[in-house]
Design a binder for this molecule. Structure first.
Ligand code: CMP
Length: 140
């Protein structure tokens, strides 16, 4: 067990439906701490860069337009094994496969508009956090 940090995005489908607080409540009640948070409008360049690992996938262009379709809330979460802990709280990418009680089961609209993103590894967490936050914005 170790204390880790992970990167989270509350996506446009969730901010549009005023679900930031409900999602934060699920995050906090799982024991994870929100140690940095800001609401931003992602630019096309930011979203394209953020999701560039999916550039060859058929859903890439739609995903970039969706992520720039409204405000998002970017966050740094900290806690015991934060990366896998947050993936558990989020549930499966496809909400129809997500377990009861997870954010995606409760709130996601579909596989694209799936309410939240969380890093999939320690290495990606560090890259994703650095993409959106300066060190002095993270006050654990
Ligand atoms: P996320 O965890 O942000 O990482 C990549 C995103 O691509 C994923 O959540 C979904 O929003 C989206 N995605 C993954 N698979 C598909 C798919 N088959 N069709 C549309 N969007 C997808």
């Amino acid at each position: 067990m170790s204390i880790q940090r992970t990167f989270s995005i509350i996506k446009p489908d969730a901010t549009r439906r005023n679900l930031t607080g409900a999602i934060n409540s699920k995050i906090e009640s799982s024991g994870l701490r929100i140690i940095a948070q800001k609401r931003i409008q992602m630019s096309n360049t930011q979203a394209s860069e953020f999701y560039k690992v999916h550039a060859e996938r058929p859903f890439y262009n739609d995903l970039v337009s969706f992520m720039t379709s409204g405000p998002v809330v970017v966050q740094v979460l900290e806690g015991e094994n934060a990366i896998s802990a947050y993936r558990e709280v989020m549930g499966a990418t496809n909400p129809s496969m997500a377990a009861e009680g997870t954010i995606r089961k409760e709130f996601a609209e579909n596989i694209e508009a799936n309410s939240v993103h969380g890093s999939d590894s320690d290495e990606n967490a560090a890259i994703e956090i650095a993409h959106f936050f300066n060190k002095d914005e993270i006050v654990g």
